[in-house]
Design a protein. Structure first.
Length: 281
């Protein structure tokens, strides 16, 4: 069984830090190019344009076509939400819709995600958006969240808060220092790529949570070397070990879909796999 979690009221989720009022498409494109550490010539060669034309666009001497904006955004790996912002800054209509997950048009997507999460049971799996708001979970995740404070489980749930908060899963994570460091580094990479003000605010919040002394390293008590950093968490008198994997949609055409991620937790050792199968039995 999967659980679709009510979204509740949300702020605008992601996007670049707002620039000066009236900022045109040229400076925005220059920001993305500099963030990707590309020269005007490198970008022009990739996009089938010329360095002169890219320079004219960035300085406002030339208005780029809609097609050129989308081509440059593709080569700059600009998030879909920000591609709409580039088009608006140039005076064009947004190209990509942003459809609520509750919209009837998303029924097929919701059903597909439910089947996917069910397929991972008894292994934990969940769906989150770009700021780690939880969209849906399976039974495996609800098992790991046993003992989490009720306040943290009030929608909208945030996966980073549930994991790292002192009243969340953190006290039961045996290698919390390592796992916390991994999650914070993951958020830092996202902020560097997308420059999301909302994600930065979340990062500053969870990074400030107090961390108890002690714990263990990932390999402490391990019977064999791990192939990836595991999360070692206490549950029902045992220590379970999981490695995580994150999947996204390959060719999204909607902002909401582009910002979804499916995270799965696979057993890192035989004991964990056996325990989960026994619970599922």
């Amino acid at each position: 069984m999967t659980t679709a979690l009510p979204a509740g009221p949300r702020p605008h989720r992601v996007g670049a830090t707002p620039g000066p009022a009236g900022r045109g498409v040229g400076p925005l494109l220059r920001d993305w190019r500099e963030r990707r550490r590309l020269s005007q010539l490198e970008l022009a060669l990739r996009a089938g344009s010329s360095a002169r034309h890219i320079s004219f666009v960035e300085t406002g001497r030339s208005r780029p076509s809609e097609e050129l904006i989308l081509r440059l955004a593709d080569h700059l790996d600009v998030p879909m939400r920000e591609r709409n912002a580039l088009l608006l800054a140039a005076g064009y209509a947004p190209r990509f819709p942003e459809t609520s997950m509750d919209d009837p048009a998303m029924e097929g997507l919701r059903a597909g995600l439910d089947r996917l999460l069910q397929g991972y049971d008894p292994y934990p799996a969940l769906v989150v958006d770009a700021t780690y708001q939880v969209v849906a979970v399976n039974r495996g995740i609800t098992m790991l969240m046993e003992g989490v404070s009720e306040e943290l489980l009030v929608p909208p749930l945030n996966a980073m808060r549930v994991v790292l908060h002192p009243e969340g899963m953190a006290p039961r994570i045996r290698n919390l220092a390592e796992w916390r460091g991994h999650l914070l580094e993951q958020m830092e990479r996202q902020i560097a790529l997308d420059r999301s003000a909302v994600l930065r605010e979340l990062y500053e919040e969870v990074a400030a949570y107090p961390v108890a002394d002690g714990g263990e390293s990932a390999a402490d008590g391990a019977s064999a070397p791990y192939f990836a950093l595991p999360m070692r968490i206490e549950h029902d008198g045992r220590v379970l070990s999981f490695v995580s994997s994150i999947s996204t949609f390959n060719t999204p055409m909607d902002v909401t879909v582009a910002e979804l991620a499916v995270e799965t937790f696979l057993p890192a050792d035989r004991e964990t796999a056996d325990h989960l199968r026994a619970l599922d039995g």
